[in-house]
Design a binder for this molecule. Structure first.
Ligand code: ADP
Length: 470
């Protein structure tokens, strides 16, 4: 078998195999190793054995290892991108961008140092604050951005001196396994391990007493389960969960320009983005014009196999999500008016036409829940106060966008939104040095930036009275 688990530096077959489906045709295109409970246990043991030596390396030594890994991945960039498109479905251009973005993060963390801070140093005392690794991290990733979300977890984790057990989503394991295959030749055995399951090993991993921290990206529902499992040993947690991001178009916006940008913010990766624009609020007087623009964009979007360079939007990643989004569309037809799309494409694979729905009220399912698909509800508003309240009336708080010709007005609105990231006139700008995380039930903690680095380390204080000097 080509795609193997990585346990203790060895590429190994699983006790079973897993079929990997190309969502562009619904057919199995690869098989990979699937682990059982004993293999997960072996991976955790290997991570435990290798951790002290990895942690003892200095920053420069770990950096050298990680940069060699980055060079090796970069030399296979196109292979990664094509594999990502085949397992995930996204257009090649987006797959290439995901790999490049992930690699920027990898190199950012390889170079980042977190030096000790001397709080006091005088004749009688020395107090130093510094960061030490936590131990073993579990990196659990979803199927929408299998590569970049993995890197957001393992890059700071490895750079800080932790060892890793990674577990990709069962429908998109291959880019993670390819990374494991490359790491097997470069990193010391046990420092990075990859386990693939069929959604059956998550609990064992997240409740294991040897795991110090769980970095999880996925649904809010599964995030709650992870938090429960972690409670038994008070594990550290970073949870990046669902969102229901509002896009608020202000009355001074250039409708044509903003319609394009909001459409892209909603439809990237066929809407399978935790911080996609999921509810669009437009002033009543601009509503018809805005709808006309996005309907034209929806009709012009080239939907197809991501491997075709002309494709702008790929399929839903898996059958379950495909059916869920179609069901939401059926309900939306009874609660509002579909003005573009509204159907699955008549071809193999999990394709849904870009769909625009208007005339919904705030209680409609499509407005209240996270659609995670290419479906954009457009709502109208008359007062800014009212739209801010409506945008905030959700248990989610991942991101939001404000669109305006006067960015200063946009900033005033953005400040009042209860979210982890409020964008003004742009979206999805996720640079490695900018922390990203959710407010409210969209998550706990941050990834990226210094905050993402500190989240995989233990703050330690060395507090010394110099009275013991001989
Ligand atoms: P979805 O519901 O869209 O498939 P999930 O949030 O369930 O997304 O999946 C995200 C990741 O969490 C995947 O890697 C999945 O295998 C993993 N996972 C699923 N159930 C659990 C669990 N109980 N504990 C830990 N991880 C889990």
């Amino acid at each position: 078998m080509k795609f193997k688990l990585l346990i203790d530096g060895h590429l190994v077959d699983g006790v079973a195999s897993l079929d990997v489906i190309n969502p562009a045709d619904g057919k199995v295109f690869a098989k990979c190793a699937r682990a059982n409970s004993e293999q997960l246990e072996e991976a955790i043991s290997a991570a435990r054995r290798s951790q002290p030596a990895w942690a003892r390396l200095n920053h420069g030594e770990r950096r050298a290892y990680i940069e060699r890994l980055c060079d090796a991945i970069d030399s296979r960039h196109e292979e990664f991108a094509r594999l990502l498109t085949r397992e995930q479905g996204k257009p090649l251009q987006q797959a290439r961008a995901e790999i490049s973005g992930g690699m920027r993060r990898f190199r950012y963390y390889a170079a980042l140092d977190c030096p000790a801070v001397v709080l006091r140093e005088n004749e009688t005392e020395q107090v130093i604050q510094y960061q030490s690794p936590l131990g073993i991290l579990a990196a659990i990733t979803p199927w929408n951005f299998p590569f970049s979300l993995l890197v957001s977890k393992i890059a700071p984790g490895l750079a800080a001196g932790n060892t890793i057990v990674a577990k990709p989503a069962p429908t998109t394991p291959l880019t993670t396994l390819l990374l494991g295959e490359i790491a097997a030749k470069i990193l010391p055995p046990g420092v990075f391990n990859v386990i693939v399951d069929a959604n059956d090993l998550g609990q064992q991993l997240t409740s294991h007493p040897d795991i110090a921290k769980i970095s999880f990206t996925g649904s809010t529902e599964t995030g709650r389960k992870v938090m429960q499992s972690a409670a038994s040993t008070l594990k550290r947690l970073t949870l990046e969960l669902g969102g229901n991001d509002a896009a608020i178009v202000l009355d001074d916006a250039d409708v044509r320009d903003v319609a394009r940008k909001v459409f892209d913010a909603a439809m990237l990766n066929a809407g399978q983005v935790c911080l996609a624009a999921k509810r669009v609020y437009v002033p009543t007087k601009m509503l018809d014009r805005f709808c006309d623009e996005v309907v034209a964009l929806a009709r012009d979007t080239v939907v197809g196999d991501g491997l075709d360079e002309a494709t702008q939007m790929g399929p839903m990643q898996n059958r379950q999500q495909f059916e869920k989004v179609l069901q939401l569309i059926e309900t939306a037809k009874t609660q509002g008016t579909v003005i573009a799309g509204g159907y699955a494409l008549d071809r193999p694979g999990y394709f849904i036409a870009p769909t625009i729905v208007r005339a919904l009220d705030d209680e409609a399912d499509l407005v209240k829940s996270e659609q995670f698909g290419p479906v954009m509800p457009i709502l109208s508003y008359d007062s800014l106060e009212d739209v801010i309240d409506r945008a905030n009336a959700t248990p989610f708080g991942l991101g939001a966008t404000v669109w305006t010709s006067d960015y200063r007005r946009g900033v005033e609105v953005a400040k009042r939104l209860e979210v982890g990231t409020a964008w003004v006139n742009r979206h999805l700008d996720l640079a490695p040095d900018v922390p990203f995380g959710g407010a409210k039930q969209s998550g706990i903690g941050q990834e990226n930036g210094i905050e993402g680095f500190k989240s995989v380390m233990q703050l330690k204080v060395l507090n010394v009275a110099k009275s013991g000097t001989p």
